[in-house]
Design a protein around this ligand. Sequence first.
Ligand code: SF4
Length: 245
Amino acid sequence: MDKIDQDNIGGFQTGLKGATADEIVDFAGKNLQSPVFATSLGQEDQVIAHLVANSGFNIPTITLDTGRLFPKTYDLIASTEEKLGLNIQIAFPDADEVEQMVDEEGINLFRKSIHSRKRCCEVRKMHPLKRSLEGSDGWICGLRRDQSPTRTEMHAVEWDSGNGIPKFNPLIDWSLDDVQRYLKENDVPYNPLHDQGFASIGCACCTRAIKPGEDLRAGRWWWEHPEQKECGLHFNPDGSIAKNK
Ligand code: SF4
């Protein structure tokens, strides 16, 4: 198979159109030399953790500890490792970088401006993710098309120009109902905060429960406009949303 790169990504997007989540994970497991599954421990990623654990491929699983997570998220890391038999590698932000940022802008800088919020996400998430993906030729994550206005045009595989590798989205066509049904049917552990109205769970200080009928991502960075709500993990270096470019 040709190496997946920025120029031929469109062909792979066409080839994977309509593929099941299993098939997309298998495709990544078979065709990448060093795939990585990066999990945020959200409901979608718990589905993928189950698929990866049962795939028969050795796909290292990593997560980011930003230092600002909910205690229940740490419990979920432990229960997922135990129940699914996964060894979840944890990437931490660089201590010097965090200290400098907090010294310059304060511990809650993300409330000051979008620029400061993005800086915080960069230091606590993007840089550790970049380090974790070094040497990898593709990563897997749990994005779904209907999660946010910024994700409506995404495909099963996208070019992640920030990291210079393809990003696979096995659940791109799934609805939230599909995700929740899968977790229940397969008895996969998930964060109990989801049952308390937390649709999308990230750092405790930047996540809140949503009301019935609100957009799924209304509980993340609720002080910003919907178009600006990406954590940076799925942005290109120029600030555009990571897709086939
Ligand atoms: Fe910082 Fe909030 Fe981003 Fe977490 S979600 S890295 S606390 S801005």
